[in-house]
Design a protein around this ligand. Structure first.
Ligand code: XIL
Length: 371
């Protein structure tokens, strides 16, 4: 090992120790720091884990907001065609209320995580349209005054920025396939009618920095605003990898947040995780966990710099329960703030120190519609 890399390691270690000590001595939790900064800090949750003592106590202590990872998706709410099954979603609501946390709802319109009866039911366009309208109305009314913001539409674009083929767009679609974004406009209007107080978000993957996809997201949102569609925000999922170069990517993320906010919408970071390579036992290399912490810090900084970026949410909070291991077929993992034994990682301390340093102008309320 060269002198330089030893020095870099020593430097990184001292930064880590400094941040860890600073956050310990501040005695503050993420939640307290986020309250102070005027931003929401949330986590995606699985109600099946609420009975696990460490899971529940860390969640309530560290976060002021939750989002069901799966419990409000069609697949869970609509196991069969006739009945709505709100049990898992209601558990999330009860937990959040008991701990005075906000709730983001996820998600009303998506081409994935739908039940087989829907995907294989060969419904006609008018039938599908009725099914979707009914779903949006029932679900949003059930959670009115509980869920403050909904991902109304999730991942409508493909990696090239074209509209993604889906049951709602064109297979067979709800009747607007000829006019690109009209089906999105329609469902936002239904959503606004169902719960006029809820903030309505378009949530998307892989469009965080400046690229073809984020250009397309920008164009869609601009078009929706021009059509007078009630859209309040854009969710940037932010499933990122420790391989990306923090120096070059972060200015692009900040610029993307800035151009979206110039359209008059809020931005939420909705599904933040930073995956790292892991061995067959799921163990990551320390150097990758350092890079991971730098990326968490940079994302939070990019968000806090812009008053329109009002929520930061991680996709889970402990590596014990993260979708990344199975999604990457075991090659990546350790993507979150707490390790599998619920110990806070470097990423936790990086995020905390950034929240402690950050301030969002108080004149902006993240919880209310702006009109
Ligand atoms: C994932 C969940 O984490 C998994 O539990 C589930 O099996 C599949 O979906 N983008 C999204 C989320 O918007 O809904 C996805 O969540 C992850 C990618």
């Amino acid at each position: 090992m060269g002198v330089n890399s030893t020095l870099v390691k020593f430097h990184n270690l001292s930064i880590f120790l400094f941040c860890a000590l600073a956050s310990l001595s501040s005695g503050q939790t993420l939640r307290e720091a986020a309250d102070g900064a005027g931003v929401l800090i949330g986590a995606a949750v699985r109600p099946s884990q609420f009975g696990e003592k460490q899971y529940a106590s860390i969640l309530a202590r560290e976060f002021n907001s939750v989002e069901p990872e799966d419990a409000m998706k069609w697949r869970v709410l609509r196991r069969n065609r006739r009945n709505y099954d709100f049990r898992a979603g209601d558990q999330v609501v009860r937990f959040a209320r008991a701990h005075r946390m906000k709730i983001r709802g996820h998600c009303l319109v998506w081409g994935r995580d739908n039940p087989d009866w829907l995907m294989e039911g060969h419904f006609t366009t008018p039938q599908l349209s009725r099914l979707l309208h009914d779903h949006i109305s029932r679900v949003m009314k059930h959670y009115a005054n509980q869920v403050f913001a909904w991902d109304v539409v999730n991942e409508a674009l493909d990696e090239n920025g074209n509209l993604r083929d889906s049951i709602w767009l064109n297979q067979p679609g709800i009747g607007f396939a000829a006019d690109a974004t009209a089906y999105i406009a329609q469902v936002f209007r239904w959503a606004h009618k169902a719960d006029p107080h809820a903030l309505l978000f378009y949530n998307e993957a892989e469009g965080e920095a400046l690229n073809r996809k984020s250009d397309a997201i920008y164009a869609v949102v601009k078009d929706l605003k021009k059509r007078g569609v009630p859209i309040d925000g854009v969710g940037l999922q932010m499933h990122i990898s420790s391989d990306i170069d923090v120096e070059s990517v972060m200015p692009a993320i900040a610029a993307n947040i800035a151009r979206l906010s110039a359209l008059g919408v809020q931005v939420h970071i909705t599904e933040l995780d930073v995956s790292v390579p892991v061995d067959s036992r799921g163990v990551a290399r320390p150097a990758d966990l350092e890079k991971q912490a730098d990326l968490y810090r940079a994302v939070v900084r990019a968000c806090l710099q812009n008053p329109a970026c009002t929520a930061i949410q991680t996709w889970g909070f402990t590596d014990k329960y993260s979708w990344i291991r199975s999604h990457s077929r075991g090659t990546r993992g350790a993507a979150l703030l707490f390790d599998r034994d619920f110990e806070p990682k470097r990423s936790y301390h990086a995020l905390l120190s950034e929240l402690l340093a950050g301030r969002v102008p108080k004149s902006f309320s993240p919880l209310q519609r702006s009109e």
